[in-house]
Design a protein around this ligand. Structure first.
Ligand SMILES: NCCCNCCCCCS
Ligand SMILES: [Zn+2]
Length: 345
């Protein structure tokens, strides 16, 4: 299996996130990608290549142009104002404020407009890092377009919490959505996205919620008790054209393989019935029992089974790296999925 990776991820290293009332070091750190890459190499799962540059066009098929423009210029404006620390918002357009009213011209007002939480710090290198992360995903997608059955996009920062015009949850560009749209723009009739990250892929859901050419299925911590809290319930089944093409599997804290795999089986049945031309996996491994910010109980051998179950669908499959914050185990767990998929484990 080909892996696509860029060292540019290192350019994004937020110094702090606001957790439990305190600014703490960011869980989404460069060593996450380094550990996965080391495991990919140690297990010799296949060639590792740098991304090609597909430009901004494929990103603009998914993300709002003004949002992309904001992201691109934010740091320089922040630095010009004399700041050197990470950019973090503190004011958001909550209910009954004008969310779709005039976008503020003030940098801080724009930052809150384009964010949904305080967990996507913009740093000096963030733009380059998120641009390259999207190119990593697009290069892996191109490998499948050219005929390969599968590929692994070792993306960092992750993307599944990012919507058309907002960042949050360590995410800025929605890599899984960008490659899904690329498949469709290249002639695919239907694409399925299976999000196995511990957290609901709110951004991905939002992007395709009213469409029937993308089936979205997400298995995640119940939003009643888990981030992102405000999306991810089972009754969210799509809207309009998209009704019936969105499947959420919210699960309780403490869920282990038995409960988790029952949801996986049902999601796979729905994906098989949908008969997509391609399958995109939002591969987060923060479902792991020792993940510092999550509360499921999957163990490393379970990720092999996860890969085997996904392979049984017999679809061209593109793996996109999302979350996973137990850095010591992220390499084994992510690569276990890939090796399980290839039957090599
Ligand atoms: N106390 C809840 C903190 C949640 N922090 C954001 C998690 C983003 C995960 C991305 S996969
Ligand atoms: Zn997550």
């Amino acid at each position: 299996m080909l892996t696509v990776y860029s060292d540019d991820h290192r350019l994004h290293f937020g110094q702090s996130e606001l957790v439990d009332g305190k600014l703490q070091p960011c869980f989404e750190m460069p060593s996450r990608a380094d550990t996965v890459l080391a495991r990919v190499r140690q297990q010799e799962i296949g060639e590792v290549i740098e991304p090609k540059d597909f430009g901004l066009e494929p990103i603009l098929q998914v993300h709002d142009a003004a949002y992309v423009e904001f992201l691109k210029g934010a740091w320089d404006r922040w630095a010009a104002d004399g700041h050197s620390c990470d950019m973090l918002p503190s004011t958001f357009p909550a209910r009954r404020l004008r969310r779709d009213g005039p976008i503020p011209t003030a940098l801080h007002g724009q930052l809150g407009h384009y964010c949904f939480d305080t967990e996507a710090p913009i740093t000096a290198g963030t733009w380059q890092a998120v641009y390259s992360s999207a190119q990593v995903a697009l290069t892996a997608q191109d490998h499948i377009r050219q005929g390969a059955n599968t590929a692994f996009a070792l993306c960092r920062p992750p993307g599944h919490h990012a919507g058309s015009d907002f960042m949050g949850g360590y995410c800025f560009f929605n890599n899984a959505a960008i490659v899904t749209q690329a498949f469709l723009d290249q002639g695919a009739k239907r694409v399925a996205i299976l999000d196995v990250d511990y957290h609901h892929g709110n951004g991905t859901q939002e992007l395709f919620y009213e469409r029937s050419d993308v089936l979205f299925a997400s298995i995640h911590g119940d939003p009643l008790v888990e981030y992102p809290y405000y999306l991810g319930h089972a009754d969210e089944r799509g809207e309009g054209e998209g009704t019936g093409f969105n499947h959420n599997y919210p699960l309780p804290h403490g869920t282990g393989w038995d409960g988790w795999s029952a949801a996986l089986d049902d999601a796979c049945r729905k994906i098989a019935a949908y008969a997509p031309d391609a399958l995109v996996i939002s591969l987060g491994v923060d479902t792991y029992k020792d993940d510092p910010i999550s509360k499921f109980k999957l163990d490393s051998p379970d990720y092999i089974r996860m890969g085997q179950r996904i392979a049984a669908l017999g679809l061209p499959t593109l793996f996109i790296m999302e979350g996973g914050y137990a850095v010591e185990a992220i390499g084994v767990n992510a690569v276990n999925v890939l090796q399980g998929y290839e039957g090599a484990a």
